[in-house]
Design a protein around this ligand. Sequence first.
Ligand code: ADP
Ligand code: ADP
Length: 237
Amino acid sequence: MLRIQSLTKTYKTGDKALVDVSFDLPKGQVVGLIGPSGAGKSTLIRCINRLVEPTSGKVLLNDLDVTSLGTGELRRARRRIGMIFQEYALVERLTVMENVLSGRLGYVPFWRSFTRRFPPADIARAFRLLDRVGLSAHVDKRADALSGGQRQRVGIARALEQEPELLLIDEPTASLDPKTSRQIMRLIVEICREDGLPAIINIHDVVLAQQFADRIIGLQAGRVVFDGAPADLTEEA
Ligand code: ADP
Ligand code: ADP
């Protein structure tokens, strides 16, 4: 479970990006994080994995107080948080399989053909993940030969490869057409349910958020202005 307690971020510029944000996220729940540009959505996501240092407040991930960790511990803690990005952040010259395995390493090796250096059990696991996201026919294709939807599927498999306890997902469908967007959202929600994985999806498209998320959190000027069931969302955000 993820617990956010009174999280506040004031940037050096004086911008109050987050003001006293609190919520709990149980296992398997998918939150759609919505709100106008500048509301604090990216800041919230970045405070959770401490790419941005919160000014005050706490982030608790299961037994771990993420906000209190030193640099070395933080690196290990980040391995427990899977990230999925709008622009996929794949390594173009690597194959689908290699991109997924780099999720396990936490970095991209500089040497070529590194797949065969992994134990067979790791390869088998990556195959299962790729099958799960519908890419078993494309394992050996280079990332730059894939469609947008396929690329995002690789992004999802790579995040799962690190066996995360939380998924943070930044605008996963912003570069995709409406039909592919729905397929990707459906896949994410399905996986989170099956694995009991909590997820926060920063999502611009309110209709898509309402259609797929279990819960909507609306931010405005750094504050939570809505937190509830998608069906209860009216004119917010
Ligand atoms: P959103 O993701 O909802 O568009 P952001 O988290 O990017 O919102 O921004 C929230 C507020 O914090 C905005 O007022 C923005 O200008 C400000 N902000 C974001 N990043 C920085 C930064 N690195 N330095 C100063 N202010 C920032
Ligand atoms: P290829 O498979 O393309 O022939 P290799 O995988 O054999 O290339 O290795 C390419 C380069 O990367 C070599 O110089 C090798 O010494 C180096 N290398 C291979 N494995 C590692 C590793 N685990 N750590 C650091 N360097 C490595």
